[in-house]
Design a protein around this ligand. Structure first.
Ligand code: COA
Length: 182
């Protein structure tokens, strides 16, 4: 398995993986393994790749997972993310508001159903930590409270903290946070 930065040739495969896992396209049974709350366009993927990072897990030319990481400045154009970023004023992480840190936003992340539980999430996360070391102090993610599989993978699996949450259009989200070693 190769974990690397995405190139423009990967974008169509990322869009397919994204569509398959978008909340509105999943049946009730598949929702239990997690879902994506938002869909990006091809142009937005390119902008994310040029902002902080767009990473892929690829095997023999097949894209099996991807992970987006972006600045608050870029993501604040999306209403759900703007609400999350506003909550950074009041959510404390190690005694200080999240807003006071040099912070970026982790996610969305998605692993192909056929390859979940096989270390791809951890592989993408570790490459991301290497890519951003020295550039940011803290990463923050949001996960829907209706997505316990993702919450467990990130909190119990990757060791992220859960310092607070927010509400957007009647749905509740947890905010996860993790520190970056420089
Ligand atoms: C959410 C998602 C990215 C998680 O990926 P995954 O491959 O299913 O995650 P895993 O089950 O392998 O869990 C990740 C790590 O957490 C560990 N973990 C999971 N549950 C755990 C628990 N209860 N206690 C301790 N560790 C746990 C796993 O062992 C794994 O660690 P490892 O790589 O060292 O084995 C994936 O299911 C997915 O893409 N779902 C659809 C889209 C989605 O929900 N995206 C997230 C939106 S917020």
């Amino acid at each position: 398995m190769d974990f690397r930065r995405a190139t423009p040739e990967d974008f169509s495969d990322i869009l397919k993986l994204q569509a398959t896992n978008f909340i509105d396209n999943l049946n009730t049974e598949d929702l239990t393994d997690g879902f994506l709350s938002a869909e990006f366009t091809c142009q937005q993927l390119e902008e994310i790749a040029n902002d902080v990072a767009l990473l892929v897990a690829s095997d023999k030319g097949r894209i099996l997972g991807y992970l987006c990481a972006c600045s608050c400045d870029y993501y604040k154009q999306f209403p759900l993310l703007a609400t999350m970023i506003r909550s950074f004023d009041s959510i404390l992480y190690f005694g200080k508001p999240l807003r006071s840190y040099n912070i970026f936003i982790y996610g969305p992340v998605c692993i192909d159903k056929s390859h979940r539980g096989r270390g791809l999430l951890r592989g993408l996360y570790e490459v991301l930590l290497g890519e951003i070391s020295g550039k940011y102090e803290v990463g923050a993610a949001f996960v829907s409270k209706d997505n316990p599989h993702s919450l467990t993978a990130h909190v119990n699996g990757l060791g992220m903290a859960s310092p607070g949450g927010f509400e957007f259009r009647g749905r509740h989200y947890d905010i996860l946070a993790f520190s970056i070693e420089s």
